[in-house]
Ligand binder design. Structure first.
Ligand code: SF4
Length: 244
């Protein structure tokens, strides 16, 4: 990845800490990442696909970021919008709406930006190598959006975070439990695909999981408000991070 992801260079050649980036700097940085992803040919099996990353993924000022596995053949690979155009997308939007959120409130991306397919043309999981190849794009996107809350959809997305900042979480043990990761609130939940709904996490359970996401957003908002208080007032607040 050719873009320096720790700092951005100002017009005078001085490094700017991430916190001081203006919205226009963030936009320019995001445009660079989008352009680099659009021309990326690192994964030989993905060369006929194009990365699903653009302004259609959501606002780069969103406080909540969802991360999925990879674009689906009949979904995002066609629509160019993650989790749209197929049954996983319909399920995702229904779950999102259950806690009063819409696409305009979130940024959504994937651990692998291109659609992985088997020889028969069916969707397949991205390989470890493909995920490693794409991890720089995920890292940059998280740094640009700088979300207070990250929600991973499925184990592939949760594991992909390890290459950005290590964690020991597994979906089986940590599903729908509020965690701390990389200075953010993290909620690992299950993928909304019909297969997962039919086998691992049914609709009523997934709806409960989204209530935890809503709690995490509220918690992050309280933390952000408390951070603005004077230190002696702030001491009176205690926020449990790991909860069920
Ligand atoms: S999946 Fe990511 S790393 Fe692989 S070709 Fe697509 S954009 Fe490049």
């Amino acid at each position: 990845m050719s873009i320096d992801h720790r700092t951005k260079q100002s017009g005078q050649g001085q490094a700017l800490p991430l916190q001081t980036l203006t919205t226009s700097s963030k936009r320019a940085w995001f445009r660079n990442v989008v352009a680099e992803a659009a021309g990326c040919t690192r994964c030989p099996a993905m060369c006929e696909r194009t990365a699903v990353l653009s302004a259609r993924n959501g606002s780069i000022s969103a406080r909540i970021m969802f991360i999925g596995e990879a674009p689906g053949r009949k979904g995002a690979d066609q629509t160019r919008v993650p989790f749209s155009g197929d049954q996983s997308g319909k399920n995702f939007e229904r779950f999102l709406a259950s806690i009063g959120l819409g696409r305009e409130d979130i940024f959504i991306t994937s651990a692998a930006l291109c659609n992985p397919r088997s020889d028969s043309g069916a969707n397949r999981k991205p390989t470890k190598m493909e995920l490693a190849n794409c991890s720089g794009f995920l890292r940059h996107t998280i740094e640009i959006v700088n979300p207070a809350v990250v929600v991973t959809l499925g184990s592939v997305a949760l594991d992909a975070l390890k290459s950005i900042r290590h964690h020991d979480l597994s979906l089986r043990k940590s599903a729908a439990k509020i965690q701390r990761w990389d200075g953010r609130v993290l909620v690992p939940i299950y993928h909304p695909s019909p297969q997962v709904l039919a086998s691992h996490r049914r609709e009523p359970e997934q709806l409960q999981d989204y209530k935890v996401v809503a709690r995490a957003i509220e918690q992050a908002s309280l933390e952000s408000n408390a951070a603005a208080l004077p230190p002696d007032v702030r001491k009176g607040f205690a926020f449990p991070i790991v909860s069920t």
